[in-house]
Design a protein around this ligand. Structure first.
Ligand SMILES: NC(=O)c1ccc[n+]([C@@H]2O[C@H](COP(=O)([O-])OP(=O)(O)OC[C@H]3O[C@@H](n4cnc5c(N)ncnc54)[C@H](O)[C@@H]3O)[C@@H](O)[C@H]2O)c1
Length: 354
């Protein structure tokens, strides 16, 4: 049995999924890390931690846990669980991740975004790679059956060659929402090599408190990422939580956060993609559960953890910070090598942080 620990028992850490029953497509529930840890074979939840002691007690009672309770996350880290989840908000997550790596924990699942600057990002990734640590990430859609099915259709070539990926995730925040959209760009693009990043954000007066310090979570109007293989990703201020894969012979759209896939292709007309086919989502396992079952299969075996790589998580961060930096520079196209590693984005909205 693998011993697991979790730090951060808030909404994504431990809030019961019952509140979302019937409101999200297949593949979403259970959504919290604790539910996924409890549901995964070969994993035993041994340690839970939150600085809010009342929350620790509530979680322990609600889930009827026998796990050791740690109001101080440091005492949990010293226990060196086989798998550690860190589901606090981002600013405090950096120190916890670095300490977990110092404690040589071999599999860590962290929430998105990875960190508040590219400097912190590269420090984490360097250590993860150096320690040969498995790094799971809270961008769970790529671990859902329906997104994986869309990728199989794309890779089959039946819709032709991929040219563009459009994310319709609303008029939304860079660090709160868009790590998910960018993760899907990386998942579908077939490349993590980026030619340029450009973005336009709607920033409020006074949020840039110093040249390298933005105290807020930038609202993104539009963003474009061109990959070196020619695929172009676009973030549009349009709602619906759809991902549209524009191919030479048609579109593959994952609608409504994975509710169903729609294929559009030519039929009646050669040049227009007016014929369509709908594929329902019949996948039962949740994305977050799939992350833990993949880790459970990989830890201590020769099975490589391939759901996501540290390089993809780092490139996700590069793209997010590039969108913001580009906006500060008037929408200029930026290469990854021209990004400012010291730019800090707090991710604050009101008194909460992404
Ligand atoms: N993957 C997703 O779909 C998804 C959804 C929601 C939130 N998130 C991300 O997850 C993170 C957490 O979001 P949330 O909505 O669950 O936040 P939350 O505020 O509900 O929970 C955070 C918890 O961490 C605890 N905490 C803070 N500092 C701590 C420390 N040093 N040690 C131990 N516990 C500590 C807090 O007391 C709180 O209970 C955010 O970064 C957010 O962006 C991801």
């Amino acid at each position: 049995m693998l011993k697991a620990g979790i730090i951060g028992l808030g909404r994504i850490g431990a809030e019961p999924s019952t509140r979302l029953a019937g409101q999200v497509p297949n593949g979403w529930l259970p959504i919290s890390h604790i539910e996924a840890l409890l549901a995964t074979e070969n994993i035993e939840l041994k340690h839970i931690s939150d600085v809010n002691l009342e929350r620790v007690k509530w979680v322990s009672d609600y889930y009827n846990l026998s796990a050791k309770e740690h109001p101080d996350p440091n005492t949990l880290l010293k226990e060196q669980p086989d798998i550690l989840t860190i589901a606090t908000r981002t600013p405090e997550r950096y120190d916890l991740i670095m300490q977990a790596l110092d404690n040589n924990i071999k599999a860590i699942v962290v929430e998105k975004p990875l960190a508040n600057s590219l400097k912190r990002t590269s420090e984490i990734i360097e250590k993860v790679v150096g320690n040969d640590c498995i790094l799971g990430y809270g961008a769970a859609r790529r671990a859902m059956g329906i997104y994986q099915q869309a990728k199989e259709i794309l890779n089959s070539g039946e819709m032709g060659e991929l040219k563009s990926i459009t994310a319709e995730f609303g008029y939304t925040k860079l660090l709160w929402t868009l790590p998910h959209a960018v993760d899907l760009f990386l998942f579908f693009a077939g490349s993590s090599e980026v030619e340029y990043i450009s973005g336009h954000c709607d920033l409020e007066e006074g949020q840039l408190i110093a040249p390298n310090n933005f105290d807020g979570d930038p609202l993104v109007e539009t963003a474009t990422i061109k990959f070196k293989n020619g695929v172009i990703g676009n973030i549009l201020p349009c709602g619906g939580w759809n991902i549209r894969l524009g191919c030479t012979k048609g579109f593959i759209t994952i609608h409504g956060d994975g509710d169903y896939i729609e294929l559009n292709y030519s039929g009646k007309y050669n040049a227009y993609f007016t014929s369509s086919k709908r594929i329902e989502n019949n996948f039962k396992e949740s994305g977050i559960c799939n992350i833990y079952s993949s880790i459970s299969k990989s830890l201590g075996s020769n099975v490589h953890f391939s759901l996501i790589t540290p390089a993809e998580i780092e490139m996700n961060q590069n793209i997010l910070f590039g969108i913001f930096q580009s906006s500060l520079e008037g929408g200029k196209r930026l290469s990854v090598s021209s990004l400012n590693a010291n730019l800090y984005i707090s991710g604050r909205t009101g008194n909460l942080y992404a």
